[in-house]
Design a binder for this molecule. Sequence first.
Ligand SMILES: Cc1cc2nc3c(=O)[nH]c(=O)nc-3n(C[C@H](O)[C@H](O)[C@H](O)COP(=O)(O)OP(=O)(O)OC[C@H]3O[C@@H](n4cnc5c(N)ncnc54)[C@H](O)[C@@H]3O)c2cc1C
Length: 317
Amino acid sequence: MANALVFIDNPGAALKKSSLELLTIARSLGETAVAITGELNDDVAATLGAYGATTVFQPSVDDLDQYLVGPKAAYLAAAVAASGATAVLLDNSPEGKEIAGRLGIKLNAGVITDVVGVEADGTAHKSVLAGSYNTTAKANTPVTVLSVKANNVEPAPAGAGAAPATATVDVPTDAAANSARIAARTEKPVSGRPDLSDARIVVAGGRGVDGDFGPVEELADALGAAVGASRAATDAGWIGHDAQVGQTGVTVSPQLYISAGISGAIQQKAGMQTSKVIVAINKDAESPVFEIADYGIIGDLFKVLPQATAEIKKRKG
Ligand SMILES: Cc1cc2nc3c(=O)[nH]c(=O)nc-3n(C[C@H](O)[C@H](O)[C@H](O)COP(=O)(O)OP(=O)(O)OC[C@H]3O[C@@H](n4cnc5c(N)ncnc54)[C@H](O)[C@@H]3O)c2cc1C
């Protein structure tokens, strides 16, 4: 019987770092099973085995992606029953959190979101109040559902694990009955940059960029980083809303967050305050962003960022 079940939505050709992190946490809780949607290719199966997964579940139907999250929660509830898992781990994306909530209702299970660490007995640590505090929580239900923020553990394979067994889970026939069906999709343009939500480095710009994200993007590319933004910048239309970091945007927790021309309002801090190292560039020495910055540069971002980019390129050769 598995102790932990990791949900990986459409793993594609290779597992994302955030999925490897979930697998690493799951292994510390006990035997690990994985429930995926979509195709399982050989490389992904081998990686799942190397990270200690013993069983990979797949749904009996192949149209889950045609719906919003409802049927995925129904599938996952069936996978929990099939695996006997007592802990379910999902990513902390808006979709992951919605599935977690629906799963919690289906299983009458405690749900803990925004998790930044899990102990072997299932006790979770989560950051709250815009990252100002860390709390400790433990569900007192037989199954616990945890949505885990990216970049809080180092992914570690278990060694040369055997290929996991595969099994099919019957998705209840009424799973899609009351669900919204997706009528159309638009592919996001591929940027070549890492995903904002699980990037190790984020370079973010705010109103201070005054419409020109060029210096932010150039530094991001020199560092192999994702580009983020404040709501002031996304609302102004200088960059897409999917780049917004904060309370109503993406929550990030990278090793390094470089904030340029952002004042550090509470709603921005809510999405980035758990970053390991925060570097703030702002021309106003009184800006609140300096209260949470590990390193602060009082200066004009249009001078500071290009200097940083040039220096990084020089050192990289
Ligand atoms: C319900 C609600 C939800 C919200 N959700 C979010 C959210 O998810 N994310 C978010 O970011 N905000 C959010 N906001 C908005 C938030 O309150 C702030 O208004 C916003 O974060 C401000 O963005 P900013 O820091 O870029 O702009 P400003 O506060 O205007 O700051 C711009 C900064 O740039 C500096 N600057 C200007 N020029 C330069 C230069 N050349 N070089 C260096 N520094 C310069 C200035 O000194 C200033 O500190 C939300 C607000 C509400 C009410």
